[in-house]
Each structure stands twice: as C-alpha cells, then as structure tokens.
Design a protein around this ligand. Structure first.
Ligand SMILES: Nc1ncnc2c1ncn2[C@@H]1O[C@H](COP(=O)(O)OP(=O)(O)OP(=O)(O)O)[C@@H](O)[C@H]1O
Ligand SMILES: [Mg+2]
Length: 631
C-alpha cells in the first residue's frame, strides 16, 4: 500500500472512533463499560497490564516496556507493583508525585516517553477509551456533573466512585448553556495527544527567577475582561497551563528538583488533594499522573535540605538503575545504532558484546564473598551457568549491595565512542578491538573521571579484551572444524560409550569387525586431561557423568553435549588441540601455499555464512587469532 492510501486509511479509522452525545447517552456507555470512567492512574496501570505480563518463577515481566527498555525487569516490576498498581486502586501513593531516580542515560526519559506514547495509543482502543465534557479546555470528566449529594446514589446504581468538583468554567456553562439540565450536556470521546495538548503535558522549568506559575496553572486572559466584566469570570481565564492540559492523563515534570519551591507547593496540593488553585477560583480538580526524574546526587542534596522535608514525604521515589546484564546491554546498543545514521556499518560479531562487558564491569560492585570474581559475577547476572554456583547464589549476590547499578559507564558514552570510531576512520566495518581502543581513548578525554577510577576502568578494558581473545580463538577454531557441532557430538558419543563400558567393567564391540574390545583408555584420558582431571580423579569423574546421564534419563531429558559444562569444555579443547597447529600455521603464514590458501578461504566462507562476518571482518579476525596463537 502506498503512503497516500495509508494516510487515507488512517483518517478513516480516526473518524470511525469519534463519538459525541448527551450526558444521558454517556451514562448508557458507562453502564455497559464502567472502565471508561476509570481514573488516570487506573488507566495507566491497565494499559501496562493489558500489554501482557510474563511470569518466570516468582518474577513478573511487563511486556509493555519490553520492546524498548532492556534489563530493567526488576526495577519495572517494582515500579508497577509499588506505584501503579496501588495507585490504580485509589490507595494513597496515587497522591504522591512519582520521582524516577537513576543514573544518567539510564532510560528514565525513555520510560516516561513510553508511558506517553502508550497512553496516546491506549486512548484509541476500546479498553482505554476516555470521554470528556465537550468544549472544556481541561477535558473534564463528565461524571463531575453529578452533584455531590447524589453521588452515593450514583455509586449504588453504577458502582463507580466519583472524585472531584465540577470546574468553575463548566459550572457556569451548565447554567448558561444548558440551563442546569445535566442530562443534555454534550460529551465527546477524546484522544490523548501530547502534540494537541490533550491529557499529556510536559513542564520544563526555565530560569527559576522569572518562571511564571501560569505555565502550570493557566492565567487570566486580560483581553476578555472587558467582554465578561470581571476577572473572576471563569470565561476570562485561560485554563491552558500544563497541569490543566494534562488532566485525565499525565504530566512529565522535567528537572523538578531544580525548580523553585513555590512551584513544588502547587504540585503538592494537586497531588495531595487532587486539586490546585488557579487565579481567583475555587480549587480546580485534576486527575493526572505526575512523573518527574532526577539523578542520585541531585536527589541527595534535595533531601538533605531540611526545608524540603514536607515535600519529600509527598514524593514517592522509584529507582531506575542501569541494566546489569551483558546480553541486554548489547540490545540497547543495537537499538541505539539502528536508530542512528550509522546503522548500515558492518559490526563484526562480538563487538557489542565485548563493549557491553566493559560497561557492565564498570557498574558492578566487587563481590563480598571471597571466592567469586567480577567476571564470574558478570556471567551469573547474565543468566549464564558458572560451575559451582546456583541461582540462589545469584540472588544472594544481588542482595549484597542495595545501590548497585547506580553508577558506572552509561550507554550513551559507549554509543558515542562507537560512532566516533566509525565517523573518524570512515570505516565501513568495525570490530571489538576498534571499539575497545576507542573506549580507552575516550577515558583520557572524559572530564569527570578521577585518576583512580580511570585505572579501574582501564583494568576492565583489559578484562573485556581477554574475554574477547577467548571468544575470537573459539570462533576461528570452530570454523576450522568441518561441521563443528557434529564433530563434537561424535567425539562425545564415543567418549560416553567408553566411559559406560569402563564403569560397568564391560567390553565394547568394534563397529566394523564385531570383535569385543576393551574401553579406549587413551581416548578417554586425552579428553579428560584437557580439563586437568588426574589419573586418580578419573574414576570419580566418569561415574559422575554416568549418574548425570541417568538423572537426565529419569526426567525424560536428552543428555547431549551441552548438558555438562566441564565435559563440553573438555570436548571442545580436545577438538581444538588436535587442530591447533593447523590453525596456528594457516592463520599466521605470510605466504600460504595452495593447501593453506584453500583452507583459509574455506574458513572465511564459513565465518561469513554461519557466523555473521563480512570478508573484511573475517580476515581481520583470522589475522588477530593468528597473532594470538603465536604469542
Ligand atoms: N535499560 C535500557 N534499555 C533500553 N535503552 C536504554 C536503557 N538505558 C538507556 N537506554 C538508551 O539510552 C539512551 C538514553 O536514555 P534516556 O534518555 O532515557 O536516559 P535518562 O535516564 O533520561 O538520562 P538523563 O539522566 O541523561 O536524562 C536512550 O537512547 C535509551 O533508549
Ligand atoms: Mg532524561
């Protein structure tokens, strides 16, 4: 479909959703679908919930956030469970300002933007539909029309609780335009939109001295006073502050803690009592989520000021720390690159992963338990299995520090380094070494890093480099083995047959001659030696493997070459050891003979076809691994 057709379709869809009718007709709608009359907080919670919740053990993952925010599942679960959910149930937290606190570039703005865009879309859906008094600049809730003394009766009949007073403007309109006939008041369906300033607002303080409260609560329109005769005529007031416009939805308060106190007090009365004061009017009711964000330093200095105590108790702080998983960090970079102008550059496999390793290392804190190092911790956090540790250990590690993830390198820094590498060198292909080099150079220019921190970070760069060396070697060695998985499997099956015979004191049958033969001790040892199993320990190791196999069998699971970490490592090393000389010579020779050239071409082809390299990055990799093996 071409774009003009799509535009037409879109217009058609929008038209179809529109609705306008009297208050009487509106009551029919809410009788059938009471969710239409829900509060802003409740609508936001349902929007998040309706997108889907995935359960994994005791943990919940909210799908609403999952296509743009990575690795924040725990923080987001907490945010939903401790703020949005109780707020939707009209509990007290709803009356507090939601303050997201986290390190720079940790995704706070992204989160707020997702809520905004989400609400815009949700208000177009059946479940998220919103209706308002037509012609009201604050899109007031139609149910405010019901007088207070009838609200109990209304609740009995409809099961819906009404909060808030009819605004001064609509009180006047009800009298003048509708002669008090509530049932005739015209109601319309509204669609939240930040661009159109419907139900979504953003407030950003300018200079604190000159800041005008009118930006938040609206102001008198002096040009109309002559027409209406008085300043306190609500028609002479422009209800166009961000708080007015965000009614029924949400308002983002940028740089809230940098704001003047008097501004904050206005906000407080709004959140606390659900209303705010504007001009010479009675309090104006508003129903909206107010969300602000800040970093830790700013927040600490705010609460350390005694004057802010009262404010503080009306704010609910939710931490949004950095992601701590390497694989999720990689996704963040992928997303940021795909959104940039360098999206078509070839990024060699492992490049982003290695950059992410460095980043995550800067965010992790040294484990307190003596026997675990930072690299292992990094792996465990990412859900990898590390010999000797269980998921209970991971939970324990996480509990060691309450504020882990609040500092370290931010994703924007890494992306900046990656893009400057690409742009400065006019490269069309980058690899992990380019990026590590660039990250290192960047540390020299980084203004806010102390010498001590720099030392630590440089050390993390070399740790990440070591990890990369391993990955690179493995990748090349694998590519040298024709059909790696199959070779590994064959070798393992062979090993297991022998182990079984050995433990059962049985014999094997030669496949070709049918002769009975003894277990091949030499083969078994050549594998076990790869992971340092001594002559004395071999029996225990073999028995352990058999026990593992039978445990798998009992559960109906297949024991394969990935089922036992150490055995896998042994098999891999054995395969590579057999190849080592070939790899070493082939990758490092300056003048390859015909045979070697053929092998190199084969390996390069395999790296391209099966592992995602291009010819430049594959050749770079081979050269690098050659130099590693010859050290
Ligand atoms: N956990 C994450 N998942 C996905 N993207 C992330 C994550 N953390 C950061 N980003 C990306 O990093 C960039 C910066 O994030 P964002 O602007 O949301 O951070 P912020 O917390 O508002 O930062 P600041 O404190 O500087 O305002 C964005 O492109 C965002 O998509
Ligand atoms: Mg931000």
């Amino acid at each position: 479909m071409d774009i003009l057709k799509k535009i037409e379709m879109h217009r058609y869809e929008e038209e179809k959703l529109k609705w306008e009718g009297t208050f009487r007709e509106y009551l029919d709608i809410i009788k059938e679908r009471p969710e239409v009359a829900q509060s802003a907080h409740s609508r936001i919670y349902n929007m998040i919930k309706d997108a889907g919740v995935e359960r994994d053990g005791g943990k919940k993952r909210y799908e609403f956030f999952s296509n743009q925010l990575y690795g924040l599942d725990e923080a987001l679960e907490r945010l939903v469970e401790e703020y949005f959910h109780p707020a939707a149930k009209r509990l007290d937290v709803r009356k507090r300002i939601l303050l997201l606190m986290g390190p720079v570039s940790g995704g706070k703005s992204t989160l707020v933007t997702m809520l905004k865009r989400g609400l815009e879309a949700y208000s177009h859906s059946d479940k998220g539909a919103i209706y308002a008094i037509k012609g009201c600049p604050m899109h007031e809730d139609p149910l405010h029309l019901i007088p207070h003394h009838l609200r109990k009766d209304f609740f009995d009949e409809y099961g819906i609780r009404i909060e808030g007073n009819l605004s001064p403007l609509n009180t006047m309109r009800l009298e003048k335009e509708y002669h008090g006939r509530i049932e005739d008041v015209v109601i319309e369906r509204i669609f939240l939109s930040e661009d159109k300033r419907t139900g979504i607002g953003t407030f950003s303080p300018s200079d604190p001295k000159s800041q005008d409260i009118a930006d938040l609560t609206g102001s008198i329109d002096f040009s109309t006073i002559a027409e209406y005769g008085s300043e306190s005529d609500p028609r002479a007031y422009r209800f166009d502050g961000e708080l007015n416009k965000a009614n029924r939805g949400m308002m983002e308060f940028q740089e809230m803690l940098k704001c003047d106190e008097k501004f904050l007090w206005h906000l407080l009365s709004l959140t606390q009592e659900g209303n705010f004061k504007a001009g010479r009017f009675a309090l104006i009711s508003a129903d909206e989520l107010i969300v602000a964000h800040t970093n830790e330093t700013e927040y600490r200095s705010f609460i350390s000021n005694k004057k802010n105590e009262a404010l503080h108790s009306r704010i609910i702080v939710m931490p949004i720390p950095y992601n701590l998983k390497v694989s999720e960090e990689e996704k963040i970079y992928q997303k940021m690159i795909s959104e940039s102008d360098v999206y078509d550059v070839h990024i060699a496999p492992h490049t982003l992963k290695v950059a992410a390793m460095f980043t995550i290392l800067t965010r992790l804190k040294e484990p307190k338990k003596g026997d675990i190092d930072l690299i292992k911790k990094m792996r465990l956090y990412d859900g990898e299995s590390v010999e000797g540790y269980t998921s209970a250990d991971v939970e324990e590690l996480k509990k060691e520090y309450a504020d882990e993830g609040m500092s370290g390198i931010d994703p924007r820094y890494v992306i900046n380094r990656i893009s400057s590498t690409i742009i400065r060198k006019e490269m069309s292909t980058i690899n992990a070494l380019d990026v590590l080099r660039s990250l290192k150079e960047g540390l020299d220019q980084h203004p806010s890093i102390t010498a001590e921190l720099r030392e630590r970070y440089l050390n993390y760069i070399s740790l990440a480099r070591k990890e990369y060396d391993d990955l690179a070697k493995k990748e090349v060695q694998k590519a040298f083995v024709y059909s790696y998985e199959e070779s590994a499997k064959t070798l393992m099956d062979n090993y297991l047959d022998n182990v079984e015979a050995f433990c059962n004191k049985a014999k094997l049958r030669d496949v070709l001659t049918g002769e009975e033969i003894n277990p091949d001790e030499k083969l078994m040892r050549s594998i076990e030696e790869q992971i340092g199993i001594s002559e004395n320990a071999k029996k225990a190791f073999r028995e352990e493997i058999l026990i593992r196999i039978s445990a798998y069998a009992r559960k109906g699971k297949r024991f394969d070459y990935n089922s036992h970490d150490r055995l896998r490592e042994a098999i891999q090393k054995k395969l590579f050891a057999d190849l080592k000389d070939v790899v070493k010579i082939t990758t490092s020779t300056k003048t390859p003979d015909e045979q070697q050239l053929k092998k190199v071409n084969e390996v390069v082809a395999r790296l391209i076809d099966e592992h995602g390299y291009n010819s430049t990055s594959a050749n770079e990799l081979l050269r690098y691994v050659g130099s590693l093996l010859n050290r």
